[in-house]
Design a protein. Sequence first.
Length: 564
Amino acid sequence: MVNFKLEIAQILDKVLPLELEEISGMIEIPQDKKMGDYAFPCFKLAKLMRKAPNLIAQDVAAAIAENSIFQEVKPVNAYVNMFVSKEYFVTEALKEVTEAGEKYGRSSYGEGKPIIVEYSSPNIAKPFHIGHIRSTVIGNSLYKLYDAIGYDVIRINHLGDYGTQFGKMIVAYRKWGNAEDVNREPIKTLLSYYTKFHEEAEKDPALDDEARNTFVKLEKGEKEEVELWKWFREESLKEFNRVYGMLDITFDSYNGESFYSDKMPAIIAEMKDKNLLVESRGAQIVDLEPYGLTPAPIVKSDGSSLYITRDISAAKYRKDTYNFEKCIYVVASQQNLHFQQLKKIVELMGYEWAKDIVHVPFGLVSLAEGTMSTRKGRVVFLEDVLNHAIEKTREIIIEKGVNTDSVDETAKMVGIGAVVFNELSNNRIKDYVFNWDKVLDFNGETGPYVQYTYARCKSILRNAGDIVPETCAEYLTGDSAYELTKLLYGYPETVKDAALKYEPSILTRYIVDIAEAFNKFYHDEHILVDNEAEKKAKLSLVVATMNTLKSGLNLLGIKAPERM
Ligand code: ARG
């Protein structure tokens, strides 16, 4: 980044009897842009120079006005008001953007330090439904953002693959299930067993005891139970992976809850040693009342562990294994209490890294009535939503006669991109209603709109033939070119800001702004003009926009089609 403040301080340093640092600290950025990009107050100098401040301002203005960094320098009362030269700015800014090329926006801010992003984490044998999309795509974008700012990111899918419900599932399968159905349609079938179990257990409570005993057998590692459980897990994962494939999402580790089953006794013993556990109606709990939190049960009266026990164990394991700088959990805000408890317990165990546990919560998605064939209570599978988006996009592409390399490929990129973009355009903490018309609007603030703008850049470059773009600021100081350049210049800061605030929507909003600014430039100015130097200059801005849009989309987990 060009540090204008520093450059201006250096210029002022040559004409003022002050230290560089002091000058730098005195330079102001006026609220009112009409007063200049920067301003320097001369009150302090009056005593030192034995002269009225307004006269000093006049002298200083005259002494620095000729510098090429300035468009204009004006003394106003005791102030020196400075307007930075558009040409100077455009030259410096586009030089940086162009030199970075496709790497523009990336930095080494994180110095390669390890950071964990845990996301998606669905439950085995349960539907991967529309509610899971948020954790999945927010997490994926956070991974990419942290990677872009130089961290070594470990992506973890903390599968919900353990717990008493697997006792129920095994009992139900043995009573009413068959292997063929499970193989054909694992999750829907297993879910139906689970539902049936609950119906039957209402009539016959003995089933619950049977399920508990079966889970105990599973925990003890008895062969038949373990094999069934493994099989359910594998079949479920196959379905999840289909969706991850569509979204182009991968993980470094699928160590879920079951991974910690043999690590639990040690962590429970440690908590006991540290006097954290108290007995309550046969169960072992941590009393968190002094911290304004409800007590956290750690061991049930039958000796089995709980969700939070496995999370405590996982946190410790992750610290030992990866020595994370931060461990980020992208999980719905319904689990706020759970993560407050987790963090507090880790802290009470005496681990200073408890502060590095970061819960990144998000609000609920709901479907507007009538947007899909949702009967009340019916779960909406994420895979169906994605396929539906692809289908609808294909219809739009054909109807609009969109020029594409392949209708299938483009429909996939745009349809899935639209759903992902929509997820990430809302401030994550807000609840929102999923609305197809909004998601697929090619003219709104949507994924298709940004992708379309990217494809427009590509198309301009194709039409330009083999001309090598070359920045020449002289031709890029018109209002729309200048505004676009200013925006592009803010990309690296935006990436960092979105990462550090755990808020991909900052980036989403930003690339919509870029797309709008570019389309304004395209509308206001003729790009492929006869004047070679002017054409090259304008094309250099097209390239800079194109690289930034592609990179931005990529950091959101969205592909950019070459034609659209
Ligand atoms: N499997 C859980 C669910 O679907 C989410 C897991 C969140 N991660 C965690 N470390 N507790 O609700």
